[in-house]
Design a protein around this ligand. Structure first.
Ligand SMILES: Cc1cc2nc3c(=O)[nH]c(=O)nc-3n(C[C@H](O)[C@H](O)[C@H](O)COP(=O)(O)OP(=O)(O)OC[C@H]3O[C@@H](n4cnc5c(N)ncnc54)[C@H](O)[C@@H]3O)c2cc1C
Length: 479
């Protein structure tokens, strides 16, 4: 899409019917950075205000001695066309490449088999072929050793039934995915070894706690619409290099004034119909404000009357993600990542290269829906997880642990529970010029980088009066 496609086309763009000339975006996560770029690309003078000392919001990096650490392992899929557009827009595509073809090693700690080096956990792979949907998954599923033959056939039937659902149907949001799976003949083992293996990582909840509408969105878009949709991508550099350094560069080049350590205290209407954004010691007036902060902060900042039911924002629950970081004195994992069954360990990524580690290997364990562990002391987690890693990775048995630490994100995502759809507002508010963005707004997606970018585009488009234009066009151009 060219810049001219972003020109305001209607009176929606501003309280008095003039195009928004000055915009303030509050929040420098992926939603806010996206909104700022879109508005600036359309010729708006944009100020981006971020309360923390860096951009990137929930997807960031920090230093721990010589180690550069991501607060949490982040992956995306080929079907995440908006996040891929974002990567392209900031010049980061090559730094977060996609697999050529979906291939997820899945290790079952509970089933031991003989290996060349003795005994170890059973290994299977979730993979796809180049065949059209749904045949692209048939061979991989047929060979998946963690399910019985009958379970594999039943998974295939349930997948076809899921494909027939419409994720936008409000009735689906009233039901939980676990009950639907049980009704469609899925055994507890099939839920564990397939549906939750994928679902917990993408939705941040087990099937029983997940809205059928959101589950249908994830599984349909990721696995059942296009053959390559679930190919996995992840940053080979620290997240901060993408979401802070490169994002800042793109914002600067687009002419956005970016202020970090700039915590907004209030947003209000002025007597002249404009909006005022107050920071300690500064007031900025604008035609448009995009609030791209988490739902709790949005609730606090929204002026009275902006939403009919602002309290709904507080009813949107949250769910935690825990990351466990282990630096070994040697290489214990020869693959870039794997997922685990029969163990509290969920997904394990080799982050050695990205972290700058020069000796040994640094692994990050990504533990979603981590209610059980999120408040456990480090010593307890160490005692629980190091032996598990030894069960999953025989090479870890003789290895020394240089460093073991955790990062806890207690409100990593909104909880994707049934009934959530009605609690997520769209980009518009009843205050002219004031718009909402954030992964928690009504994107149809769970709380993901994809949802955040989509929400940023929607808010900017609402501000510019171009909302309603099919966005797939924008994203697919760079797909
Ligand atoms: C550990 C972890 C792992 C994850 N894994 C994945 C994954 O694998 N794949 C995936 O797609 N997604 C993943 N996610 C989710 C993803 O990170 C988020 O959905 C996305 O980054 C949210 O972006 P956002 O811009 O909507 O919100 P946020 O990132 O929350 O950004 C909001 C920003 O607003 C700022 N702010 C708040 N109040 C104010 C104020 N008053 N003034 C100024 N600034 C303010 C905040 O400091 C913050 O920077 C993960 C999240 C976590 C925490």
């Amino acid at each position: 899409m060219s810049d001219t496609d972003l020109r305001p086309t209607g009176p929606d763009s501003h309280a008095e019917g003039r195009p928004a000339r000055a915009a303030v975006v509050v929040g420098g996560g992926l939603a806010g950075v996206t909104a700022a770029l879109r508005l600036a690309d359309a010729g708006t003078a944009v100020t981006l205000l971020e309360g923390r000392p860096r951009l990137g919001g929930l997807a960031f990096s920090f230093q721990r001695g010589d180690l550069t650490v991501d607060n949490g392992q982040h992956v995306y899929l080929r079907c995440c066309t908006a996040y891929r557009w974002f990567l392209d827009r900031i010049g980061g595509t090559d730094l977060a490449p996609l697999q050529d073809r979906l291939s997820v090693p899945v290790v079952d700690a509970a089933h031991r088999v003989r290996t060349r080096s003795g005994e170890g956990p059973r290994l299977g792979t979730l993979s796809r072929d180049a065949l059209p949907v749904p045949l692209h998954l048939a061979r991989g599923l047929a060979r998946y050793p963690h399910l019985s033959l009958a379970e594999r056939a039943s998974v295939g039937r349930a997948a076809l039934a899921l494909k027939a659902l419409d994720p936008a149907d409000p009735a689906l949001d009233q039901e939980d995915f676990g009950s639907w799976l049980a009704r469609h003949g899925q055994s507890p083992r099939a839920v564990e070894a397939l549906w939750d293996l994928v679902g917990v990582a993408t939705l941040n909840a087990v099937a029983a706690d997940t809205s059928l509408a959101l589950a249908a969105k994830v599984f349909r878009t990721g696995l059942l619409e296009e053959p390559g949709a679930a190919d996995i991508g992840w940053a080979r550099v620290p997240l901060g290099e993408l979401h802070d350094t490169l994002a800042r560069k793109a914002l600067d080049a687009a002419g956005v004034r970016t202020e970090v350590r700039a915590r907004v205290a209030s947003v209000s209407r002025t007597g002249t119909g404009r909006l005022a954004v107050d920071l300690p010691g500064e007031r900025i007036e604008a035609d448009t404000v995009v609030l791209a902060v988490a739902q709790r902060e949005a609730y606090d900042l929204l002026p009275p009357g902006a939403l009919d039911h602002p309290e709904r924002l507080l009813r949107l629950g949250t769910a935690p993600i825990l990351n466990i970081h282990v630096h070994y004195d040697r290489t214990v994992l020869r693959r870039p990542f794997f997922a685990a069954l029969g163990s509290p360990v969920q997904w394990v990524f080799d982050r050695t290269e990205a972290s700058g580690v020069t000796e040994g290997q640094y692994l990050a364990l990504s533990q979603s829906a981590a209610q059980e562990y999120i408040d456990e002391p480090v010593a307890v987690l160490r005692e629980r997880f190091l032996p598990e890693l030894e069960r999953l990775l025989p090479a870890a048995r003789g290895a020394r642990v240089h460093d073991f630490f955790v990062t806890r994100e207690r409100t990593a995502t909104f909880a994707p529970a049934p009934g959530t759809a009605a609690l997520r507002p769209g980009p518009r508010t009843q205050v002219p010029g004031l718009h909402l963005a954030g992964a928690w707004t009504a994107t149809g997606w769970p709380a993901t980088m994809e949802g955040a970018v989509r929400s940023g585009v929607s808010a900017a488009d609402a501000a510019l009066g171009v909302i309603g234009r099919p966005r797939d066009h924008l994203f697919r151009e760079t797909a």
